[in-house]
Design a protein around this ligand. Structure first.
Ligand SMILES: [Zn+2]
Length: 312
């Protein structure tokens, strides 16, 4: 099968970094389609993930998009549950965070990763055909999946390494929200470090098609940031749907992500995000800073006392 050339705009980094709203803004652009966290499609559709709902409000298995994509690559006579088992087994064996460097260095090096790559190739192209998109925005944030993209036939990946202040991320994880569970500041920051190191390994390997973006810079200048993202993937900034900090969001078909994904209508991107300064305890703040400081300073986050102006 010959596939039409397709761009995948891959947003990497650790969860709670603002990828869902950025993806949903891009979803408003003609020719763009935000899939959400595609990595979790199969387990979520089979009822084994965090939630079974598409961004359109239907169950994934009943969604007009995903009901046509879920059978793609599934052998005849195999149920969705059985297929989900296979996909998850391949994911765990080949694209966990710790596998990122192996995927970057050795590509499709064994049968399992070749099987997973074949499935993802077929699925991305099927999504493009179904949605009439030429750019698929994937906010899975699973570094191993991101590293796999250059090995998929007919797909050109672009990478946005999206980072957010680890203290804000830790505070966000401390509040359960709908289907999103809680995580301790220490655990959140451990994942923050691991996922960002893996994302950095990917963007260092493909610098010409990558950019580093701080969530804080996005909310400071959302319109200019979306312009940058469009230029990164050779798209026209004239299509930017953000104007005066506001974007009109329509129904999307995202696989999981921040529960705000269900919101439609005029949405204002607020310029500040400082609740962690008052809601994160001093002890938790010290834990996060101790665990994250080398990378956090590299990204320009000021650490130390609230009055500190030291910048690494
Ligand atoms: Zn849907």
């Amino acid at each position: 099968m010959t596939n039409t050339p397709l761009t995948v705009l891959c947003i990497t980094g650790w969860c709670r970094n603002g990828s869902t709203i950025i993806g949903n803004i891009l979803n408003e652009i003609p020719g763009f389609f935000h899939v959400g966290e595609l990595h979790f499609l199969w387990r979520n559709a089979a009822g084994r993930g965090a939630n079974e709902e598409c961004g359109c409000g239907r169950k994934l298995v009943d969604c007009p998009v995903w009901s046509t994509i879920l059978p793609v690559g599934r052998p005849a006579g195999i149920t969705l549950a059985q297929h989900a088992d296979t996909v998850v087994r391949h994911q765990l064996a080949t694209v966990r965070t710790r596998h990122t460097w192996r995927v970057l260095g050795r590509g499709l090096h064994n049968e399992q990763i070749r099987a997973h790559a074949a499935l993802m190739t077929e699925v991305y192209h099927a999504i493009a055909a179904r949605s009439d998109a030429r750019v698929i925005v994937d906010t899975s944030k699973v570094p191993g999946e991101s590293a796999l993209l250059p090995h998929l036939d007919g797909i050109t990946p672009y990478y946005v390494h999206l980072v957010r202040d680890p203290r804000a991320v830790a505070q966000s994880w401390s509040r359960p929200k709908e289907y999103v569970y809680e995580m301790s500041p220490g655990k959140s920051t451990g994942y923050w470090t691991g996922f960002n190191l893996a994302a950095h390994a990917i963007t260092r390997r493909y610098p010409e098609r990558s950019m580093l973006l701080r969530y804080e810079d996005f909310i400071a200048e959302p319109e200019a940031t979306i312009d940058r993202l469009l230029r990164l993937c050779d798209s026209d900034p004239a299509a930017n749907p953000v104007s005066d900090r506001t974007v009109d969001l329509h129904t999307n078909h995202t696989v999981t992500g921040n529960p705000d994904r269900f919101h439609v209508g005029a949405t204002v991107i607020r310029p500040t995000d400082n609740t962690w300064r008052t809601e994160l305890s001093a002890a938790d703040r010290r834990t996060v800073e101790a665990l994250s400081w080398p990378l956090a300073r590299r990204y320009g986050y000021e650490l130390g006392s609230p009055n500190s102006n030291g910048r690494g």
